[in-house]
Design a protein around this ligand. Structure first.
Ligand code: NDP
Length: 469
């Protein structure tokens, strides 16, 4: 008989927590997982999944516009927000149910309660006041949208959490921020018909992305009717008779009926006993962990956004899986955080993996940039005045492809596939030797022959590869 009620107690049934609980239970551990909200976490309930469905919904407007060039006439088109909202909600509920069934099948016990750590082996369940004991604790409580610095009228604004449940479709939307959530939601509601403005403090949106992606997504959003204002900040939200006015540092007054704050997310670490148990937190409140996701307390682990490493669902899943395998499967897995592909489901879409041009130039003395901007076949007949981008960042000394960046339809799918090659350290010669699939947009990735730019830190030095040949 074990001295503990459970081998592993997981707090938070999101992507990372559920994966860890299932794998641990399948490996024979006695596992409990506590969730105070709907099972599925940010990604399933109020993030990636419902967001992508909204993106699909909003793209129909463009598809209908494009269809005219292909001979279609579509009359009587109208959009109904409550239908979309409720269908998305139903899909989310269905997925949450699958998560629950998968947990049950694995043998993990799902506990519907907020869980508070009393000490390193004891957890109090607020739903019924019980205290249970456990050998290991895994914290997978994710993150929560920040509402930014206090400005007058901040209480009138919503975050991405609320956007999925709006009673009415916004007619005029003001989005504050210039990251993933800002550009994705701006694209969605612009596509669905809202007059949309993005207000971003920096000089260009998507600050952590390659410069070409940033400029092209901005231009593509503007072409679709989104007003993108950079270099300005919101200083107040005033209530008016018809809605709100966002007042900015540079005295702009932007009318809106919905103001969305998309200014990043913070780790969800407050109020469940972490500090009292001696778990070290970082500057943003994140749980500080080592390469095995172990916190400063030797039996308390943490995965996903609560650790503020790379805040993406697939990363949390891999981290959760690794913890379970390491604790109960005799494994010793650490994750490789290099070359993580990612997509921004903006309109136009962006996909990326590896180094940006700017980072490559800072790290490597000789860098070649291969860039193709082209009008996809579809756009020619549709009469859509937009080009697609594919770009390779190459270390000219070794010929290794350091980064891939794309903007346009399918850019996210491309990033997933090119990500394998970039991670395997493929060279530009490998890309060149790969036969094109014709006619596709991706064929441009293997048909760029000449660099658009050659950057040499020392203009006199030949790249090592050239001097070796
Ligand atoms: P991001 O970190 O992507 O962007 C935050 C934005 O808010 C940036 O433009 C930032 O500006 C701005 N900002 C931050 N603080 C302030 C402030 N005080 N005043 C004004 N502007 C501010 O966060 P998001 O909220 O968009 O998304 C959260 C996370 O969720 C992402 O980092 C990502 O990990 C994940 N996510 C992933 C998606 C995907 O994979 N497709 C989709 C959605 C979210 P600056 O750049 O100047 O710092």
């Amino acid at each position: 008989m074990s001295e503990f009620d459970y081998d592993l107690f997981v707090i938070g049934a999101g992507s990372g927590g559920v994966r860890a609980a299932r794998i641990a239970a399948e490996l024979g551990a006695r596992v409990a997982i506590a969730e105070e909200d709907q099972v599925g976490g940010t990604c399933v309930i109020r993030g990636c999944v419902p967001k992508k469905l909204l993106v699909h919904a909003s793209e129909f407007a463009e598809a209908v516009e494009d269809s005219v060039g292909f001979g279609w006439t579509i009359d009587g088109l109208r959009f109904d927000w409550p239908t979309l909202r409720d269908h998305v909600r139903a899909d989310v509920n269905w997925l949450s149910g699958i998560y629950i069934r998968n947990l049950e099948k694995s043998g993990a016990e799902l506990i519907r309660s907020r869980a508070v750590i009393e000490d390193k082996h004891r957890i109090r369940l607020l739903a019924d006041g019980r205290t249970v004991t456990t050998r290991y604790i895994l914290v997978a409580t994710g993150g929560w949208p920040v509402r930014g610095t206090a400005i007058p009228g901040l209480e009138h604004a919503v975050t991405s959490n609320e956007m999925f449940h709006l009673d009415r479709m916004p007619e005029r939307l003001l989005v504050v921020g210039g990251g993933y959530i800002a550009v994705e939601f701006a694209g969605v509601f612009n596509g669905l018909g809202a007059k949309t403005t993005v207000l971003y403090r920096g000089h260009e949106i998507l600050s952590r992305f390659d410069g070409d992606i940033r400029r092209m997504v901005h231009a593509g959003m503007a072409k679709r009717g989104v007003e993108v204002i950079c270099g300005d900040m919101i200083t107040a939200i005033e209530k008016t008779e018809t809605g709100f006015v966002g007042v900015t540092l540079h005295d702009r007054r932007i009318a809106a009926d919905t103001v969305l704050l998309a200014m990043g997310r913070r780790p969800n670490t407050a109020g469940f006993g972490l500090e009292e148990a001696g778990v070290a937190l970082g500057k943003l409140g994140e749980i500080v962990v080592d390469a095995f996701s172990r916190s400063s307390v030797d039996n308390i682990y943490a995965v996903g956004d609560v650790t503020d490493r790379v805040n993406l669902t697939p990363v949390a899943i891999r981290e959760g899986h690794a913890v379970a395998e390491n604790l109960f499967g005799g494994a010793s897995i650490t994750l490789d955080y290099d070359c993580i592909p990612t997509a921004v489901f903006s309109q136009p879409e962006a996909g990326t993996v590896g180094l940006t041009e700017e980072t490559a130039l800072a790290r490597y003395p000789s860098v070649d940039i291969y860039r193709s901007t082209f009008k996809p076949l579809h756009h020619r007949v549709a009469g859509r005045d937009e080009r697609m981008l594919v770009k390779l960042v190459v270390d000219a000394d070794t010929d290794r492809v350091l980064g891939f960046h794309a903007v346009g339809h399918g850019a996210g799918e491309m990033a997933q596939l090119v990500g394998i090659a970039v991670r395997m350290r493929a060279t530009k010669a490998d890309f060149d030797a790969t036969m094109a699939v014709h006619p596709t947009q991706s064929e441009e990735i293997v048909t760029m022959r000449k660099p658009a730019e050659r950057h040499r830190r020392d203009p006199a030095a030949e790249p090592k590869l050239a001097s070796a040949s």
